[in-house]
Design a protein around this ligand. Structure first.
Ligand code: NDP
Length: 293
């Protein structure tokens, strides 16, 4: 009986996969422009959170690569929620705007959920509006899906492994990552059998060891230990955590790196879910534009 030895898991390369998706979107952007005008994404950023500025720059660069017009509105941290509400209201009415993204986190005093609910669902390229999240529950997955959860599914599908019937564990139940990822995994067509875990879950180690797929979305560096990963499991590490290693600042995920010695597939951090999330944002922007132009 031959014994399989994985020296190391195969990598699901988010940058490479994202680049392939962007190439397809470039053709679509060109076709939309020929019909009237280029797709247009507006990004709103409030305050001066350094990480948010980096994320927004990366999103704008992706727009440039694809041929999406991007406009950025910077509101100072001293602005009032009513300034943001007025801006979103105007962008909703503006026929020349296809997608609106309000970068999180918002400063104290801003209610992120109510701002999200103000965005026209047809322009909600983050996919966080209750209408777009709710569509997933009804089984409609051809609309504006939340970007990170749809990145998770695309990355799983890219492995070519059969997902139907696999036991998937989602660690984390946030509105923007964990919960919608679990819903997408359970959709008809993906057909995983899903467990959602959170801060009150008991025996996370056992839950992990029982799972064929682990989606980690917690925000705690290396909290999923490598020996909690079942042999040949697929590990999607959504976590992005900044840590100091030997005096240098580095980004690490929620899963210990050594998990790749047991898993069949892993996503790297950085270079995994992050770039694919941006690709999914670009996909949503093209989708929103093609429905309007
Ligand atoms: P949240 O803080 O909103 O949610 C974290 C979740 O983890 C909560 O549901 C929480 O449970 C759960 N949790 C906390 N401790 C434990 C524990 N000990 N065991 C099990 N579950 C636990 O984070 P987000 O969902 O917004 O983000 C998660 C991570 O993903 C972060 O590192 C973030 O930076 C990253 N991220 C990456 C993106 C990308 O593009 N790659 C995009 C978005 C996020 P409870 O609900 O009980 O509090």
């Amino acid at each position: 009986m031959p014994v399989r030895h994985y020296v190391t898991a195969r990598i699901i390369d988010g940058r490479a996969l994202g680049a392939i998706i962007e190439k397809g979107l470039t053709n679509e952007a060109e076709a939309i422009e020929k019909r009237g005008r280029a797709p247009h994404l507006v990004v709103v950023i409030v305050g001066d959170d350094a990480a948010s500025h980096v994320y927004v720059r990366n999103k704008q660069r992706a727009c440039e690569r694809i041929g999406i017009k991007s406009t950025r509105h910077d509101l100072p941290s001293t602005s009032n929620p009513s300034d943001l509400i007025d801006l979103v209201d105007n962008l909703n009415k503006d026929e020349g705007v296809d997608g609106i993204l309000v970068q999180s986190p918002l400063p104290d005093g801003f209610d992120e959920i109510s701002i999200t609910e103000m965005i026209d669902p047809e322009k909600d390229v983050d996919g966080f509006h209750p209408v777009n999240l709710g569509r997933i529950v009804t089984g409609k997955v051809d609309g504006l899906l939340p970007c990170t959860p749809s990145a998770v599914i695309r990355m799983l599908e890219s492995t070519g492994e059969r997902l139907a019937g696999k036991k998937a564990l989602v660690v984390g139940r946030s509105r923007i990552v964990g919960m919608p990822s679990a819903l997408l995994l359970a959709q008809k067509g993906v057909d995983a059998t899903v467990t959602i875990s959170h801060s009150q879950s008991q025996d996370l180690r056992r839950l992990c060891l029982d799972s064929d797929i682990i989606v980690a979305a917690v925000g705690r560096p290396g909290m999923i230990k490598s020996d909690w990963v079942k042999k040949d499991a697929i590990v999607i590490d959504v976590g992005i955590n900044r840590v100091e290693v030997d005096g240098a600042s580095r980004l690490v995920g929620d899963v210990e790196k050594e998990a790749s010695e047991r898993a069949s597939w892993v996503t790297p951090v950085p270079g995994g879910v992050g770039p694919m999330t941006i690709a999914m944002l670009m996909r949503n922007t093209i989708k929103a534009a093609s429905d309007r132009i």
